[in-house]
Design a protein around this ligand. Sequence first.
Ligand SMILES: N[C@@H](CCC(=O)N[C@@H](CS)C(=O)NCC(=O)O)C(=O)O
Length: 278
Amino acid sequence: MSKAEYVPPKVWKNTQSGGQFASINRPIAGPTHDKTLPVGKHPLQLYSLATPNGIKVTILLEELLALGHSGAEYDAWLIRIGDGDQFSSGFVEINPNSKIPALLDHSATPPIRVFESGSILLYLAEKFGEFLPTDPAGRTETLNWLFWQMGAAPYLGGGFGHFYAYAPEKYEYPINRFTMEAKRQLDVLDRRLAESAYLAGDAYTIADIAVWSWYGKLVRGDLYGAAQFLAVDQYPHVQRWAQVVADRPAVIRGQRVNRTWGDEASQVPERHDAADLD
Ligand SMILES: N[C@@H](CCC(=O)N[C@@H](CS)C(=O)NCC(=O)O)C(=O)O
């Protein structure tokens, strides 16, 4: 069956094309409704969901707690992005971009808002002095890979994942385009991880947390059901690293926070105490 070719009009019109997430896509920013965010008992208030961008932050917070930083105790509130919670007035105040994760640090006056998962990782790593080397070379290499992830993952998620898993129909052109890029990115990681244990060198850093949450999950078959399609066995160094990171207790704990799918034991929709995960 051939389809009529799409000819873009002179000015784009908002005709819904369907597909998963179509209901939350809008061409404007700003809030859709008035609602304040709940605030719990800890200084750190996280508003999130256990997507790859969301788990970066909960993994880091659980890592900090595992090291004994009691100041990293946090309340994690659920933002149901499928229901449009990210467009509430309260959420938009802490993230004008209406995307999870977003963090409010009440230990400062006035509280400090932090949005963009990379910015949150950097903020917490600096606040607690962990998972970010202090020597200029190590710190810069960590930030190189952290910023690499922030720039690369939209091609994996918004590009490959969207057209492979979520678009209402399978279109060969974008799937080819973004598969090419996803595989190139995996090869970038594989070559890097062939020469060092972790992305920034010998130490596990916020760069590993950020990259693992997308690419580690991808090669372990936890993202888009695409492991076979992407022939992830071609990346043995990524696989080795992904397994080491996956085995960390804080990584296992962090992935359960703000999770509302999968088997019931893995779901902790809200987290207010360590005991919520025990
Ligand atoms: N660059 C942002 C991306 C965040 C992002 O895309 N979050 C998604 C979930 S993974 C979201 O909130 N989507 C809701 C929407 O697009 O309305 C970050 O890393 O924090």
